[in-house]
Ligand binder design. Sequence first.
Ligand code: ADP
Length: 259
Amino acid sequence: MPLSPPFYKPIAKEIEVFEHTYKNKLPVLLKGPTGTGKTRFIEYMAHQLGKKLITISCHEETSSTDLIGRYIIKGAETIWIDGPLTKAVKEGAIIYLDEIAEARPDVIVAIHALTDHRRELFIDKLGETIKAHRDFMLVASFNPGYQKGFKELKPSTRQRFIAVSFQYPSPKIESEIIENETGVTEALARKLVNIANKIRNLTELGLTETVSTRLLVDAAKLIHSGLPKRLSVKVAVVEPLTDDEEIATALTDLCDLMI
Ligand code: ADP
């Protein structure tokens, strides 16, 4: 655990909400587009609360076995290894299931009894049910936009969580984040935020994802380390957003004018 807290700039009332969900050990769903500070937020909260954080980045192959545990063969023996969820349940850590909707459906089934009053984990391979440590907490993240209705979370699953929404911060806060993360001047941070907001409003481009705070932080880092501004914005903001040459050219022209 780092000695100094991770830098996190609050956007709304999320810290207060989280402190109360932690006190009540209610599961939390962090909703919002990629790069809006969900991961940084949970790292910050875990540090503030003095809790161990176990993060699992879910992807389409992530199964309940990956989370709960498995038998492995060691020499002549077969031994059971707890997965990260089982460890968190036993030790009383915070588990963060990043992009939970990406995981296989059996993951949702596995966490079911942990997300209600039972606070239990059923380990089917051992035929055991374990009670969660009183400090155990389940946190998941979900990106509603980019699932495009394909990998949605079922309403019955969503209703098991307290949901906290993450959006792009106000220009003032977003430029403070960029300054703090990278050491660039306020004037430059403001310019980057203006570019982001301009592109975020260009809904007609039909971009799957738009400019996140993460991309702005990356662009600012490149500029701060000496890469020319226009090139930095092109590679950190424009190119990650689109593979369409015409759109990329239009966005590059726009950014060149604004930086
Ligand atoms: P997400 O988990 O939502 O995809 P991250 O937490 O990884 O996003 O955020 C991406 C980056 O953006 C962080 O590494 C950090 O530099 C910056 N960031 C975004 N929001 C904040 C915030 N509120 N406070 C501090 N840094 C932030």
